[in-house]
Ligand binder design. Structure first.
Ligand code: 7PJ
Length: 256
């Protein structure tokens, strides 16, 4: 899954994809690199970020989705807002990627009636303050319990299990040690009977390990993505599509 940010204050592109045109150019490049799916996001969720209103988010995301649906590439939309989910599913998006795990009133129903797939992400707290002092007594069990509750809620709302994906939410209200425990125990999530999606690309936990700033996190991102794949992750949310695909090609060749 290749990341396309349409946010002026986006986490890694710093405004590079601020316009529809730039976002489309970036999406086209990822398609050329062999991406399997694109994740379009109009609201930055980096630690400390502030939310945008529905109108602004739709203004950023919808034209990009509309332009990409004809390109024969599956489109996911990174949003927590039911209005944005509704409009983008109508425009042809096949998946909703929600760091708020479809907890907004109406979100489950919009995804269920729209026939879309969904990624349910764990987050402790909210983006503006989630990294202040994250605490767990047992991070793996707590994240797992939350995701199981959301799987149950989604199924009750009429979203079939086959359309669900779960994500432990690396960096979303977690210290480096929490993130490492989750990665170490990723097989406990792949055991839950729902595909696991992992987003580690260029995240600050990689910078904490290597000391590299965000523009120099390609190698650590590819390593982390590969480790997640070996532990059973089925979808990797990445910035560096070509590099990640090559790492996966080596792994796949090895395991035959
Ligand atoms: C994730 C995400 C992630 C899923 C972001 C960033 C921050 N969606 N959206 N998983 N991260 N499913 O890319 O660093 O980890 S935004």
């Amino acid at each position: 899954m290749g990341i396309v940010n349409v946010t002026p204050d986006s986490f890694s592109d710093s405004g590079l994809c601020a316009s529809t045109e730039n976002a489309l150019r970036h999406a086209t490049q990822l398609i050329e690199e062999g991406v399997d799916m694109l994740d379009i996001g109009g609201e930055s969720t980096r630690p400390g970020s502030t939310p945008v209103c529905v109108e602004e988010e739709l203004h950023r995301v919808l034209p990009v989705v509309q332009a990409l649906v004809n390109k024969n590439i599956p489109i996911s939309v990174d949003t927590s807002k039911p209005e944005v989910m509704h409009a983008t599913i109508k425009a042809g998006a096949i998946m909703i990627n929600d760091i708020n795990a479809l907890q907004a009133p109406g979100a489950l129903e919009v995804v269920a009636t729209g026939g879309a797939a969904a990624c349910i992400v764990h987050m402790q707290g909210k983006p503006h303050s989630m990294q202040v002092n994250p605490q767990y007594s047992d991070v793996v069990s707590e994240v797992k319990d939350f995701l199981q509750q959301r799987i149950d809620a989604a199924q009750s709302a009429g979203i079939p299990r086959e359309r669900l994906t779960i994500d432990p939410g690396f960096g979303f209200g977690k210290t480096l040690e929490h993130n490492l425990q989750l990665l170490r125990c990723l097989d406990r999530f792949t055991d839950m009977g729902v595909a696991v999606l992992v987003g580690l690309s260029r995240k600050s936990m990689l910078g904490e390990i290597t000391g590299s700033k965000i523009s120099n996190r390609v190698h650590s991102s590819v390593s982390a993505a590969l480790l997640a794949a070996t532990k059973g992750a089925r979808i990797l949310r990445v910035h560096d599509v070509k590099a990640t695909k090559e790492a996966l090609a080596v792994y796949n060749a090895m395991i035959g």
